[in-house]
Ligand binder design. Structure first.
Ligand SMILES: [Zn+2]
Length: 204
C-alpha cells in the first residue's frame, strides 16, 4: 500500500478478531499488522512503530493493560485504542493508558471507525489525556506462580522493551521499584489486583 491513511497494529488473542479488523481497516485504506499478545506486539513495535495501536485488554501472556502502559511511556506519540468486552460504554477504564476505548461486542463498530479516523486528523494528533510521564508506573496484572509457588509477574522494560520475571512480595500493594535484568534501567511498576473483571473460568 503506497500511501496508507495510517499504520495500525491490532493486538488481540482472538485470531478471528485480528483477521476481521485487519480486513476492514485494509479496505478502508489503512496499513495493518496484527499481534496475538503484548509480547508479540512489542516485537512488532520494535520492528516498526505504528501510528495507532488497537489492543484488547484481556490477553494471556502480557495483557493490554501492561502493553499500553509500556507504549505510553516509551512511545508517547503512538495513539492507542483499548478494546474489551469486559467494560461497558465509551469511557476509558480506570488505569488504562489509552486515548480511546471500544467496547467489544457492542455492535457499534462505527464508533471505533470514527475514533480511528479522528486520530488520523493532523489537528488531533497530539495525545490529549495522557501526556508522557516518566514517573507513571507500569501496570502489571498478577499472572501466575513460579515452580516454587511464589507469585510472580512478567515485567516489560520500557527502555529496552525486553521482559523478565519478577517474584512478588505478597504484601506488595502500591508502586514498586525494580531494575531491568537486561539493561539495568530503573522501573517503577504497580500490580493490578482488581482490574481483571473476568471470572476465573473465563481466563486462559
Ligand atoms: Zn531494559
Amino acid at each position: 500500500m503506497p500511501n496508507p491513511k495510517a499504520r495500525l497494529l491490532i493486538v488481540d488473542d482472538d485470531p478471528l478478531v485480528c483477521k476481521s479488523m485487519s480486513t476492514i481497516f485494509t479496505v478502508l485504506g489503512y496499513a495493518t499488522r496484527t499481534a496475538p499478545n503484548g509480547f508479540s506486539a512489542l516485537n512488532a513495535i520494535r520492528d516498526e512503530a505504528p501510528d495507532i495501536i488497537l489492543s484488547d485488554l484481556n490477553m494471556p501472556g502480557m495483557s493490554g493493560f501492561e502493553l499500553l502502559s509500556v507504549v505510553r511511556r516509551r512511545f508517547p506519540s503512538i495513539r492507542v485504542v483499548a478494546m474489551s468486552g469486559a467494560f461497558e460504554g465509551k469511557s476509558i477504564p480506570a488505569g488504562v493508558a489509552a486515548d480511546a476505548f471500544y467496547e467489544k461486542g457492542s455492535h457499534r463498530p462505527h464508533l471505533l471507525l470514527a475514533a480511528i479516523e479522528a486520530m488520523t486528523r493532523p489537528q488531533e494528533s497530539q495525545p490529549a489525556h495522557f501526556p508522557a510521564r516518566s514517573d507513571a508506573p507500569i501496570w502489571i496484572p498478577t499472572n501466575g506462580h513460579d515452580p516454587s509457588g511464589e507469585p510472580y509477574v512478567t515485567i516489560s522494560c520500557p527502555e529496552c522493551l525486553r521482559t523478565f520475571p519478577q517474584v512478588l512480595d505478597k504484601n506488595a500493594r502500591s508502586a514498586l521499584n525494580t531494575t531491568c535484568a537486561h539493561c539495568s534501567n530503573s522501573i517503577q511498576y504497580a500490580i493490578v489486583h482488581s482490574m481483571d473483571p473476568l471470572p476465573t473460568a473465563a481466563r486462559q
